[in-house]
Ligand binder design. Structure first.
Ligand code: MN
Length: 275
C-alpha cells in the first residue's frame, strides 16, 4: 500500500517535472520567438510622424540618449511600431519596427531592441483607448516620484493630469531590481499602476505618458515635466500654491487638442532641421 502510494507520487512528480520542463522550454521559445507576419504596410505619413515625435522630444529635452515613443499599428490593434534601440534624436524611418503585444519583433533583422519595449506592449494590451506611448527619464519629474509631494496641474497646458499622476513603485511588485521594465510581468505591473490615467511616474527612473494620438502624447510629454518645474518653482517661493480647479481642468480638457497642430508644425520643423 505504502509502496503503491509512493509509486503514484513518483509518477505524479515525474509528470509534474516533465510539464514544468516543457513549460520552461516553451517560455524560452516564447521569449526568443518573432511574431509570425506583418500586419501590413503603414502610411509613410505615420512613420514620418513617429520619427518626428522622437526628434521633437529629443529637441525639447524630454528624451535624452534613452527613452522612446511608440504608436499602435493603424491596421492591427495587436501590433505597435517602435524604433530599434537608438537615441531618439538620430532615428530615421528605416529604424521603425513592428512588434506584437508580447513585444516580439515581426522582423528583427538582427537589429538591437529596446530593453524596456515591454512598457509599450503591456500598456497597449491594458488600454484599448491608447494610440501612442512615451517613456521618458525627464529629470524634472524625478522629485515627484521620490518624495510625497503629488504632481498637480499648475497651468493650463497640464490640465490633463487633474485626476492625479500615480507613482509606480517597482519595489512593491518585484523587490530589488535594476529599475528597468525588462519583461512582460514588469510591464503589466506598470500598466496596473497607470490604470486609466494619462501618465504615471516611475520612482527613481522617469515616467510613462499615453494618449489618443502621437501629437497628443508628444504635447503631454512636453507639458508634464514643464508643469513639474513650474510647481517646484512655485513651491520654492513659499506659501500656498493655487492649482487648477477640477472644473477649470475639465473645461481645458474639452479643448486639449485645440491648437496642437500649430505647435506640432513648429516643433517638427525645428527638430527636423537639425539633421
Ligand atoms: Mn527607462
Amino acid at each position: 500500500m505504502v509502496s503503491k502510494l509512493h509509486q503514484r507520487r513518483s509518477v505524479r512528480m515525474a509528470v509534474f517535472a516533465m510539464s514544468l520542463a516543457a513549460s520552461l522550454c516553451n517560455a524560452g521559445i516564447a521569449a526568443a520567438q518573432t511574431a509570425a507576419s506583418t500586419a501590413g504596410s503603414v502610411e509613410p505619413q505615420l512613420i514620418e510622424d513617429l520619427v518626428a515625435a522622437n526628434r521633437i522630444l529629443a529637441d525639447q529635452g524630454v528624451l535624452d540618449g534613452w527613452g522612446h515613443v511608440s504608436v499602435r499599428h493603424p491596421r492591427d490593434p495587436n501590433r505597435y511600431l517602435l524604433s530599434r534601440s537608438r537615441a531618439p534624436e538620430l532615428i530615421n524611418a528605416d529604424d521603425i519596427m513592428e512588434f506584437d503585444l508580447d513585444s516580439n519583433p515581426v522582423d528583427a533583422k538582427d537589429r538591437p531592441l529596446y530593453t524596456e519595449r515591454f512598457i509599450h506592449g503591456e500598456i497597449y494590451k491594458a488600454r484599448p483607448d491608447v494610440v501612442a506611448i512615451v517613456h521618458t527619464h525627464a529629470p524634472a519629474l524625478i522629485p515627484f516620484g521620490i518624495s510625497k509631494v503629488p504632481l498637480k496641474p499648475v497651468y493650463h497646458r497640464s490640465a490633463f493630469i487633474a485626476a492625479g499622476v500615480p507613482v509606480f513603485e517597482i519595489r512593491e511588485r518585484a523587490g530589488m531590481t535594476d529599475m528597468l521594465i525588462r519583461d512582460q510581468a514588469l510591464g503589466r505591473a506598470l500598466a496596473d499602476a497607470l490604470g486609466n490615467h494619462p501618465a504615471a511616474l516611475m520612482r527613481g527612473h522617469g515616467a510613462v505618458v499615453v494618449g489618443p494620438s502621437l501629437q497628443r502624447v508628444v504635447g503631454r510629454s512636453i507639458f508634464l515635466p514643464l508643469n513639474a518645474t513650474l510647481q517646484m518653482q512655485a513651491a520654492a517661493l513659499g506659501g500656498p500654491v493655487t492649482y487648477l480647479d477640477p472644473e477649470e481642468a475639465r473645461k481645458v480638457e474639452e479643448r486639449e487638442g485645440y491648437g496642437l497642430a500649430r505647435a506640432w508644425e513648429a516643433w517638427k520643423r525645428k527638430a527636423m532641421a537639425k539633421q
